[in-house]
Design a protein around this ligand. Sequence first.
Ligand code: NI
Length: 263
Amino acid sequence: MFIDTHCHLTDRQFEHDIKKVLTFSKECGVKAFITSGYDIASSEKAVEFALQHEGVYASVGVYPEYADLLDEKALLSLERMAQNEKVVAVGEIGLQFSQDCPAKDVQIKAFEKQIELAHYLKKPIVIHARDAMGAIIETLEKNRDKLTFGGTMHCFSGSKESAKRLLDLGLCISVGGVSTFKNASNLKETLEYVPIEKIVLETDCPYLAPHPYRGQRNSPAFIPTIAENLAKIKNLTVDDVARITTNNAQKLFKLGEKDAAQI
Ligand code: NI
């Protein structure tokens, strides 16, 4: 069985057929899902959705594009939501240094506040990085003492050097559809280096469908496709990849024994 550790099941692209998508994904062996928020409203939706669906968990957070909206009230909302037992992480949070995002210092402050919140809540973080890997790693290293509960670098596509520094911080590498793209040869080399015990799987659906479905709506049902590709890279069987990455995700997100039995 597999776990999709990062997806957006409340996205508008799923509004007409999410029940079918979940049933089909479970038939494909994907038995647990962590649906992620990216601002306050989507985090609330994620929690509500998780409460209504077996095998679905939520992560709550404000990601870089909305970093300027993370005031005290928003932080309190996240804290309140995270009291729910189906909330297993703070995320996605991070940095994205593109023109449509708030200033770098505003983003770094919001990222640090949420790292602190996750530590206080004793939960792992789910990190989003775009064109900002250097600053992400610097911020994480500066806040090293608040990473006790770990986390994942979601949709990782960085260098071996970045992977090494993230692993040194005790973080996991989350592998998604990008690892299957034909132009992903550098990422493949990086993944050869990352121990399988530090890898979890994700789709980030409805975005970033793996090859050969690139460009289509992504779904948790494509996790086995990502796992098959990773199995080739790591010279393992797909069963090994399923067993080890599921175990990694269960440990990191504390999906308890009761939940595991349900899964
Ligand atoms: Ni995402």
